[in-house]
Design a protein around this ligand. Structure first.
Ligand SMILES: [Zn+2]
Ligand SMILES: [Zn+2]
Length: 217
């Protein structure tokens, strides 16, 4: 399952016909000639067998089209727009329900993020920069978790964190700005600065870089 599915999987959709929580299902495979299908890998479907839409659908389809089928209420992820799917029996789609917990535990990146978030609680006492860096440099991690890691980074007060951050390309410019501000804060607290020529960390009062020999302000 691809990672962008994760961002939708925790959406809560409620069926307007029965007020039950809808199931998150894998979208049925699209056959050649069917066009783009639903344009989504997952669909939210009301699989409640007592849903009035489903219960009344049998008669409706029988009368309208003369065949044995009914409807399930459906919504696309990120949307509240109403759709229905025709189903031939009560079990249709039940095998394609996605269990978000299983999906997440299978996803090692998410697992690592979760472990790192847990480790943040003890990282200050243990002087452990590792979970902090993992979250700071994980572009897929939750923004709030990364922000929390950034606060820990400042409190850990270790200059080792600077290089990996400088070498990382951030997708979120606002978060990158926060990281840069945190680095400046760290350098100041340690009476250091970055050489503008070679970017090595040097003493704040240095007039000449000890690494590249260039004069610095
Ligand atoms: Zn329903
Ligand atoms: Zn230098």
């Amino acid at each position: 399952m691809r990672s962008h599915v994760e961002k939708y999987i925790e959406e809560i959709h409620t069926c307007p016909h029965c007020s039950q929580k809808m199931s998150c299902c894998e979208a049925p495979p699209v056959h050649v000639g069917d066009g783009l299908g639903w344009g989504s890998e997952i669909l939210f479907i009301c699989l409640n067998d007592f849903c009035p839409l489903f219960l009344n659908g049998w008669d409706h389809v029988e009368n309208q089209y003369g065949h044995h089928a009914s409807y399930r209420y459906m919504e696309l992820p990120g949307s509240m727009e109403s759709n229905v799917m025709m189903v031939g029996n009560a079990d249709a789609f039940k095998a394609s329900v996605i269990n978000p917990e299983i999906l997440k535990s299978q996803n090692s990146r998410y697992q690592k993020e979760k472990e790192a978030v847990e480790a943040l609680d003890s990282c200050l006492a243990e002087k452990n920069l590792e979970p902090v860096m993992l979250l700071l440099l994980d572009e897929a991690a939750d923004r709030a978790n990364r922000q929390k890691a950034l606060e820990c980074m400042i409190q850990l007060n270790e200059l080792d964190c600077i290089d990996p951050i400088r070498n990382h390309s951030f997708r979120d410019p606002a978060f990158e700005r926060d990281c840069n501000m945190a680095i400046n804060q760290l350098l100041k607290a340690n009476f250091k600065k970055e050489c503008p020529h070679c970017f090595e960390i040097i003493k704040a009062q240095a007039v000449k870089c000890m690494h590249c020999g260039e004069p610095v302000k």
